[in-house]
Write a protein that binds this ligand. Structure first.
Ligand code: G4P
Length: 195
């Protein structure tokens, strides 16, 4: 997705050879017109898959996931990381370990929002080690729902998550794939565009 690549090139800040800061348009301040384009692109790529629900994890996944849900005219459910006052029993939960933050969180989704009849599209802002995705996959498994695929805004292809998911036979569509963040520079892998 060229507009996203351009945005990353102009506004992205390489913090280290592992971390790309994109807080001016994706995960702190959000660019609504870019989010709209992102939603349209995911909707185009997963058109014909009869998606019934979008799922993501709070908080930075919510922007792109909501725009995708809007385009596909289906609800969005975001997994909560914090215990909610109203989210008590009857929840599906999974543990997610963040290598970046070196901490474990528990994510949860109310059982009433996912069922075995659902065809789920998972959307997230970053794919690094894939732990958040694996947590959501575990929740989808518990609900006996069907995972149609995973849509990622920025995949860091030099980390293991993408390969791990694809090896499991999961369809992963990344809008941009970053090959390297070495020497303070963002290098992209060839983008696979939808037909
Ligand atoms: P994983 O789920 O793919 O294993 O990711 P990892 O544990 O490595 O990352 C944990 C958090 O850091 C996630 O956000 C993820 O989106 C974010 N992250 C990973 N790599 C980068 C990066 O290069 N740049 C930025 N800006 N973020 C990155 P989170 O903890 O779920 O936080 P949030 O969604 O509330 O922002």
């Amino acid at each position: 997705m060229e507009s996203l690549k351009k945005k990353i090139q102009v506004e992205g800040i390489v913090l280290s050879s592992e971390v790309l800061k994109v807080d001016s348009f994706l995960n702190h301040q959000m660019d609504p017109s870019l989010m709209k384009q992102i939603g349209e692109e995911f909707a185009k790529r997963f058109r014909g898959e009869n998606v019934t629900k979008i799922v993501t994890v709070e908080s930075s996944g919510i922007g792109p996931a909501l725009m995708t849900a809007y385009e596909m005219n289906v609800p969005l459910i975001f997994a909560r990381k914090r215990k909610s006052l109203t989210l008590k029993n009857d929840v599906y939960t999974a543990k997610v370990f963040s290598f970046t933050k070196q901490e474990e969180t528990e994510i949860s989704i109310s059982q009433k929002f996912i069922s075995e009849h659902d065809r789920i599209l998972m959307i997230d802002d970053f794919l690094a080690n894939g732990q958040a995705a694996l947590g959501l996959i575990e929740i989808i498994r518990q609900a006996r729902a069907h995972l149609v695929g995973v849509g990622i805004v920025i995949e860091k292809a030099f980390q293991a998550g993408g390969e791990q998911l694809r090896r499991r036979g999961i369809r992963v569509e990344s809008l941009v794939r970053v090959q390297s963040l070495k020497d303070g520079k963002v290098t992209f892998l060839e983008e696979v565009t939808a037909q």
